[in-house]
Design a protein around this ligand. Structure first.
Ligand SMILES: C[S@@+](CC[C@H](N)C(=O)[O-])C[C@H]1O[C@@H](n2cnc3c(N)ncnc32)[C@H](O)[C@@H]1O
Length: 564
């Protein structure tokens, strides 16, 4: 018997507790597994707070030490790069200093707050530096940032989202993360363009779903979910995964994941795509995450009526029913189901599909027309393009030496990777490849943003380096910055505003934006030099730098200049 009233201390949660006990979802889970009680007992409490530490940040060791100091425990099945931690309180329930440092660590990209099971698909995808990855349903981008951590500064992750408003969310999340490898695009994944033409090394399909595994985060799922929810999502899920099947390279990998427990959105989708794409095969998902206790994929499930009774429904669509082909039925247990009691968090599903290395490459159509540069469609204004010669000269004047792979978009200078440039530069086809279009453009990709924002222009002239990129830029450039002792940096962080001469005698006459570099550890901070020298840091960055360096704010210096 459920002892489900135990542990319901919060009064306002009682309503959805009642909804949970009488929900169709509980009835459905009782049809999908024999011991639904142990799932239910673990499917309603608030989730624990969990985070992923960004290994690309120079401060990752400090972050890990801080997490240990506030009693966080490493998540033992997470195998990196970076590390993952469970905090000793529920999601959103941090207090005091822990709350402000946690928020600032997230805002400055040093860690990402992410539900533990949501970290699984990227471990299964296993992206490698240098690769070209497509994240087909990417917003808000927690998995895209995790992919970027696998790639480092080599490779590219094309992060796609169909909903415009959610594209903006994805762009800000990528900027928060401070990685260079992301390119954010805006397409319906079902019709994602065939670019790069030789396909993607790996594709993540983290599909839209009914979210039946998210009851600990979204309690309204208890009252909202109905069996026709999964049935109505399935065609979209199959269509997106089918597009991935076409876009992945021979020898490449696709990971399909959902936060749903419904086999119609999971195993049934995988079965249909295996049926239609014989060059794909499942590989054992558990092998990719050996330390996590999970269950195999299902190859039998009953048809459910609208009130979740089992029916002998011979009329249901073939794509809703378990597969009748013995090879597909035998393969489905290679998928991974994570029930709430196994993760200690949410429920999840994932499948790893590999495309055979000798699958034919996409057939090259007979070329009927090759468009000249003049006739080829151009990118719209506002799309990032490689910096012009004039911009390159201007930045070289400022910095002495400039990094490769700089782009400009409006007033922003962005820093990307060679692989992003190769996609932009590659020739491509239209009309199934019958029309050839020269490279040197993003079209047909609709690019919203890329790489890391490193500098701002004003009326076409260099204005300043962005704080988030300052330390990385001074590691590459020769000028545009001044070395100062650690104590000077600490004074500025505490809120002092020294006169320029006291910062460095060479700055006595200088006026404008500048970077100061700690001469002992190379850390750089942006400042504005006028009559006095003031920090140009976001509050969240200031909170963390003070914590890392043990700097106390001056009483009267609570005001900090906001950077952006
Ligand atoms: C499960 S969420 C993705 C979560 C994300 N991967 C993460 O880890 O932060 C699914 C996303 O797919 C988007 N989506 C829905 N239909 C889509 C389509 N046809 N093409 C591309 N994205 C789609 C939704 O707007 C939603 O943002």
């Amino acid at each position: 018997m459920f002892k489900w009233w135990d542990g319901w201390p919060v009064r306002e949660e009682v309503d959805w507790a009642v909804a949970a006990r009488s929900s169709l979802l509980l009835k459905a889970v009782s049809c999908w597994r024999s011991d639904a009680d142990s799932w239910f007992a673990n499917a309603y409490e608030r989730l624990p707070e969990t985070v992923r530490v960004n290994p690309l940040s120079d401060d990752s060791e400090w972050v890990e030490d801080w997490l240990k100091s506030v009693d966080c425990k490493p998540i033992d099945w997470f195998k990196g790069p970076g590390s993952a931690w469970q905090m000793p309180f529920e999601r959103g329930r941090a207090e005091g200093d822990v709350k402000s440092i946690l928020a600032a660590l997230h805002e400055t990209g040093r860690l990402t707050r992410q539900e533990a099971v949501s970290m699984l698909p990227v471990l299964a995808l296993d992206p490698q530096p240098g690769e070209v990855i497509l994240d087909m349903c990417a917003s808000p981008g927690s998995k895209t940032t995790q992919i970027a951590e696998h790639l480092g500064d080599s490779g590219v992750v094309i992060a796609n989202e169909v909903v415009r408003g959610r594209v903006n969310l994805l762009v800000s999340n990528m900027q928060r993360h401070r990685s260079r490898s992301g390119v954010v695009v805006n397409h319906d994944a079902r019709h994602f363009p065939n670019l790069p033409e030789d396909g993607y090394d790996r594709i993540l399909v983290d599909a839209p779903c009914t979210g039946t595994g998210t009851t600990r985060k979204n309690p309204d799922v208890w009252s909202r979910w109905k069996p026709n929810g999964g049935r109505s999502m399935q065609k979209l899920q199959i269509d997106i995964l089918s597009r991935a099947a076409r876009l992945v390279k021979p020898g490449g990998r696709i990971v399909y994941s959902t936060c749903s427990l419904d086999p119609i959105e999971n195993e049934a989708v995988v079965a249909e795509v295996l049926r239609n794409y014989p060059s794909l095969s499942l590989s054992m998902a558990q092998d990719a995450i050996p330390d996590l206790t999970a269950s195999p994929g299902m190859n039998e499930w009953p048809a459910l009526s609208d009130d979740c009774s089992i029916v002998q429904d011979t009329e249901q669509s073939e794509t809703f029913a378990p597969p009748t082909e013995s090879d597909i039925a035998a393969a489905l247990p290679k998928c991974m189901r994570v029930w709430n009691e196994q993760s200690g968090g949410g429920g999840f599903f994932l499948a790893i599909l590999e495309k055979s290395a000798d699958a034919p490459s996409r057939r090259a159509a007979e070329v009927e027309e090759t468009l000249s540069e003049e006739k080829a469609p151009r990118d719209h204004d506002g799309v990032p393009r490689p910096i012009s010669e004039a911009q390159s000269e201007m930045l070289t004047d400022e910095w002495g030496a400039i990094p490769e792979d700089l782009w400009s978009r409006g007033k922003k200078i962005l820093w990307s990777t060679p692989q992003a440039h190769s996609i932009w530069a590659s020739e491509r086809g239209r009309r199934g490849g019958r029309t050839r279009i020269p490279g040197g453009r993003w079209r047909p990709l609709k690019v919203a943003s890329l790489g890391l924002e490193v500098a701002h222009l004003r009326r076409g002239e260099f204005e300043r380096v962005v704080g988030a990129a300052a330390s990385r830029i001074v590691g590459i450039t020769d000028s545009g910055h001044t070395k100062v002792p650690s104590e000077t940096i600490d004074k500025l962080l505490s809120g002092e505003q020294p006169e320029p001469f006291d910062v460095n005698s060479e700055l006595a006459e200088f006026r404008g934006n500048h970077l100061l570099v700690d001469d002992s550890d190379g850390m750089a901070i942006p400042v504005w030099i006028g009559g006095r020298t003031s920090l140009m840091l976001r509050t969240s960055e200031l909170v963390i730098l003070r914590a890392i360096r043990g700097v106390e704010p001056l009483e009267e210096s609570q005001q900090t200049n906001e950077e952006e």
